[in-house]
Design a protein around this ligand. Structure first.
Ligand code: HEM
Length: 455
């Protein structure tokens, strides 16, 4: 069966919305056409699905019929886990998945706690004469998550090197994002000033990362087995499951860049929106603060079992899933449900739109963490399908770093809410889609400033 959808002419009426990014037009198209829609972008249609059963068919059952469409990201992430496909991806996933299993991630708890404490202490030094601290929440969350991920990856080698890596990555992402937003796909071979800056940053990034790798290989010669292990150690120690060979220097470089990029921006934006939600819902912030009052934040096992914190986490990621849009290109004709998918077309789902589907969620736009309290009264409000809550994607290519993301989220939110009260600066603007800048992750369109008061 063919997918319904607007004609190439009819789709033009959604274009005025497109200046705010793809989210607003997509929301409007789904509102008008429903859960299954073919969007006829000129020469390159998108086959879009919103319902859990189609998401399962797309990301789980038919995973083998797709390849990634991240050609731009490949320019600097190389062939790491996110950008690779087929047998190369399968081999990498086998090697990398164990690095993010519970016990390994638990080993990073101390670094996360220290960085959250460091953030709280530094913010306190910026208080004004009345004791209030006004801060740009996205900026601070990007900083703390970058510090955490670089410490987990390269432990003590941080500071100047970590900061330079971050600057270079930001430069390159700006170029990629400018390309994604531009209506013209300028070929990567055209030497525009933006591309030249990108290439220069890429060369320097490679030098910095290869220097780190080589220094670590050298340091290993004089290390004892009992020395601490970070993710770079684990990468260098890992072996190809079939050949038993260690990962090549280039593969280690590609995974390092992948971990930094994937593990930093996503968690930072999950935290940004969660803190914004708590600041604008004082009763919910209060409920969480009551739970945190006597909790020892240095105990990972306690922190990971706090019910209200967990509800806030699930609800914040429902309302603002940082990866708001997931797309693949079909490599052979097949069906999703009864719908025909030809070879070579783009197929997509949006965690954001599924998480706000009123057929699945009661009051989908409200921040109501208690909907996840597991009580019998509220159980009926949670969709039965586990494919209705998909901030980490789903199926074989779901997020490998989820346990690390959860721990980072809990550690930072718990620390800030235990030490400070939180409020918005100048009230909250209405209308979510207009506050969101939907790039690879959903970012705030304008800086969100919040106010903390030490307790
Ligand atoms: C709240 C934080 C995070 C969110 C919302 C998130 C979300 C996602 C999503 C939706 C995907 C699947 C994308 C797709 O199917 O195209 C993904 C994949 C991935 N994520 Fe995350 N992520 C987060 C944190 C992390 C962290 C902390 C790391 C590691 C340091 C990480 C590493 C990866 C990798 C390597 C993949 C590719 C997996 C594969 O293709 O096999 N992510 N993530």
């Amino acid at each position: 069966m063919r997918l319904p959808g607007p004609s190439p002419f009819g789709v033009l009426r959604y274009f005025p919305e497109a200046r705010r990014g793809l989210l607003a037009p997509l929301e409007a198209i789904v509102r008008d056409w429903g859960d299954v829609v073919r969007i006829p972008f000129p020469g390159d249609p998108v086959y879009f699905f919103r319902s859990p059963e189609h998401i399962r068919s797309f990301l789980q059952e038919n995973d083998g019929h797709y390849r990634r469409s991240y050609d731009d990201l490949k320019r600097f992430m190389g062939d790491g886990l996110i950008t690779s496909d087929g047998s190369s991806w399968r081999k990498q996933r086998k090697v990398i998945a164990p690095m993010f299993h519970g016990p390994v991630v638990a080993g990073f708890f101390e670094q996360m706690t220290e960085e959250s404490e460091r953030l709280a202490n530094r913010l306190k030094t910026t208080a004004d004469s009345s004791g209030k601290i006004s801060f740009d929440v996205e900026e601070e969350m990007l900083d703390v998550t970058l510090r955490i991920v670089t410490r987990c990856l390269i432990s003590n080698d941080l500071d100047a090197t970590g900061r330079r890596i971050s600057e270079l990555m930001t430069l390159m992402m700006e170029h990629i994002v400018a390309r994604l937003r531009s209506p013209w796909r300028i070929p990567f071979t055209w030497p525009t000033p933006g591309l030249r800056r990108f290439e220069r940053a890429l060369r320097e990034l490679d030098q910095v990362i290869y220097r780190l790798i080589d220094a670590r290989v050298e340091a290993w010669k004089s290390r004892s087995e009992s020395d601490g292990r970070d993710l770079l150690d684990l990468l260098l120690a890992s072996k190809d499951a079939e050949t038993g060979e260690p990962l090549s220097r280039k593969m280690v470089r590609d995974e390092v860049v992948t971990f930094i990029l994937a593990g930093h921006e996503t968690t930072a934006h999950a935290l940004t929106w969660a803190l914004d939600l708590l600041a604008s819902h004082p009763a919910e912030a209060q409920r969480l603060q009551t739970e945190l009052r006597h909790v020892d934040l240095r105990s990972a096992s306690t922190l990971m079992k706090l019910p209200v914190l967990n509800q806030v986490y699930r609800e914040a990621l429902r309302l603002y899933p940082p990866v708001w849009y997931i797309e693949r290109v079909s490599t052979q004709a097949h069906q999703i449900g009864e719908y025909d998918i030809p070879e070579g077309v783009r197929v997509a789902v949006s965690p954001y739109l599924t998480h706000r589907d009123p057929k699945l969620w009661k009051n989908p736009d409200s921040f109501d963490p208690s909907r996840f309290d597991g009580s019998t009264e509220r159980q009926s409000e949670i969709p039965e399908s586990r494919w209705a809550w998909i901030p980490y994607g789903a199926g074989p290519r779901s997020c490998v770093g989820q346990p690390m993301a959860v721990m980072q989220f809990q550690t930072v939110v718990a620390r800030l809410l235990q030490e400070f009260t939180l409020e918005t600066e100048g009230g909250k603007e209405k209308g979510d889609a207009s506050r969101i800048n939907p790039l690879i992750t959903i970012r705030p369109r304008k800086p969100i400033r919040l106010i903390l008061t030490p307790k």
